[in-house]
Write a protein that binds this ligand. Sequence first.
Ligand code: DGL
Length: 278
Amino acid sequence: MTRKRALVFDSGVGGLSVLDAIVASGAPLDLDYAADDLWLPYGDKGDAALRARVPALIAALVQEWAPDVVVIACNTASTIALDAVRAAVAVPVVGVVPPIKPAAARTRSGVIGVLATPATVARPYTDDLIARFAADMQVIRFGSTALVAAAEARLAGGDVDGAAVREAIAALFDAPGGDRLDVVALACTHFPLLADDLAAAAPRAVAWLDSGAAIAARVMDVLGLAPDARGARPRRAGFTGDGARVWEAFAGRGFTARAVIGPAPGFAVAPAPAQPFG
Ligand code: DGL
């Protein structure tokens, strides 16, 4: 039987935290990945620009790679463009949005943190999730693009900017009510890649929640799949920018082919030139 294929999409390497969860779930899927790293970070881009670009880019990738499901493994893109992407493609689309509902279910103190990009923390989508699931709680929000850059640096084999981590921790724990904070929703897919750094810098142990496992379960549900001994298999990853910088992180996860995604309006996909690892 032909295996189903998923396309995992993010601005950069953050979607790898979701891809890792899909692999860990044992979903019998072939996995392609696309990073819009030319536009990284999405967290400082305008809403209208993202609503124009993301659906067009994903539609071109769906046309080229024919996935059975698209995973928008990016809170910043999902909270502004999920409906537009769904309208642009004929396959199911699973979005990643801030895990505020599970954070609200988990807290005992009634104080939760939301760590995301500056765009995501300010979005009406996030306000709505808080109003629906955490209306009676205190929610401490912090948006950081420095942490996105830190995660990119880590996966490119470099050092993490400790100041970015400390700034985020201080913003959460030193805020009014932060002394009672017991759960943090990691509402940017880059941030689980820094989970150890964040936990080590925090003044005490708290729960750090991300959406990865829930997304993996949702993808299987949408496709009517169950975990299988053969599991998931990463295949190819395309980049709008310089994928070579982070390619080792992809190769280390089993990706075997790198592709170059050309500019808008066509976003034509071509194999990366020879010596792709340089
Ligand atoms: N990984 C993305 C997210 O989940 C955004 C990072 C960025 O490009 O700003 O929000």
